[in-house]
Design a protein around this ligand. Structure first.
Ligand code: 15L
Length: 286
């Protein structure tokens, strides 16, 4: 396991009056990103309280929490210093299931955070908030800014747009600070050619979450969550401003990935849009 980096701003006098969080609630802890973070975040000094709708492997103390149950969510939040909210559906589904898990679920989470006086949330947003943004034909001079207007590609992406707006509301109205991380493709290695631009290594995911948990005075900040990919075209400056120092680059896997998958076909959604296959129209699920 990659040794955690020293907190990049640890030497700087934190501008925020709040000490770094110690006990962190990790929702969605049984999922792909949750599994990576369960292995890495304790190395940064965090005590994790893990929750998911399903049992969390190898964690007998994990709590089974349904995000649709506000009381269960509040109980899980109580006594923590910060929340990394990965919970909910992580791919497209019916509107009703997305509504329950991702929209109502996020509302219950933020209400619990507000009522329990927790001051920092790291929200797992997604690049599918802007999935219909056209992908540039070649590496752009200027990377894609985080201020790019929402263009969700799925009900899933729409739910993450809601989550970002919910975080903004709770920052402005209640002082709950959030870093919304628009996660790219967080897997052990890039799985296809599109991911040579959108990959977030598990070690960089931990670096980014640590920076999001410890950066002072974030209010509501939106950042992109990718590694320092040679083919990346999303602006990492806002994440770096929080103290994120990515160490990985999907390019080290490029030869292997291209040998297996080839270059993107010009008529493919992966070539045309930021959100790739998520932009494909699909029959309404029931
Ligand atoms: C996401 O947000 C999904 O949760 C993940 O499963 C991947 O599909 C990722 O986007 C991606 O775009 O690669």
């Amino acid at each position: 396991m990659t040794a955690p980096d020293p907190a990049p701003h640890a030497t700087a006098e934190p501008r925020s009056a709040h000490p770094a969080p110690r006990t962190v609630l990790l929702t969605g802890a049984a999922g792909g990103v949750g599994t990576f973070l369960r292995a890495s975040l304790p190395g940064y000094g965090y005590r994790l309280r893990c929750t998911d709708l399903v049992p969390v492997p190898d964690d007998p103390e994990a709590l089974t929490v349904d995000l649709r149950d506000p009381e269960a969510v509040r109980e899980a939040v109580r006594g923590t210093d910060a929340v990394v909210h990965l919970g909910g559906l992580s791919v497209e589904d019916t509107f009703d299931r997305i509504l329950d898990a991702n929209i109502r679920g996020a509302y219950h989470l933020y209400e619990a955070v507000r009522l329990e006086g927790v001051r920092r949330v790291v929200f797992a947003s997604s690049s599918h908030t802007i999935g219909f943004v056209p992908r540039p034909a070649q590496q752009p001079e200027q990377p894609l800014p985080v201020e790019t207007p929402h263009r969700p590609d799925t009900y899933y992406g729409l739910s993450k747009c809601f989550g970002e707006s919910l975080a903004s509301l709770y920052a402005d109205k209640y002082g709950v600070e959030t870093v919304s991380i628009r996660l790219g493709s967080c897997y052990a290695r890039p799985r296809d050619t599109r991911m040579l631009a959108t990959w977030l290594s598990p070690a960089d995911a931990a670096r980014l979450v640590h920076a999001a948990l410890t950066a002072p005075d974030v209010h509501h900040s939106v950042v992109y969550g990718i590694s320092a990919n040679t083919r990346g075209w999303w602006d990492l400056a806002p994440a770096r401003a929080l103290g994120y120092r990515p160490q990985d680059d999907a390019e080290v896997h490029a030869a292997e990935v291209l040998a297996e998958h080839g270059e993107l076909a010009p008529d493919s959604p992966e070539f045309r849009y930021l959100g790739g296959a998520f932009t494909r129209a699909e029959p309404q699920r029931r």
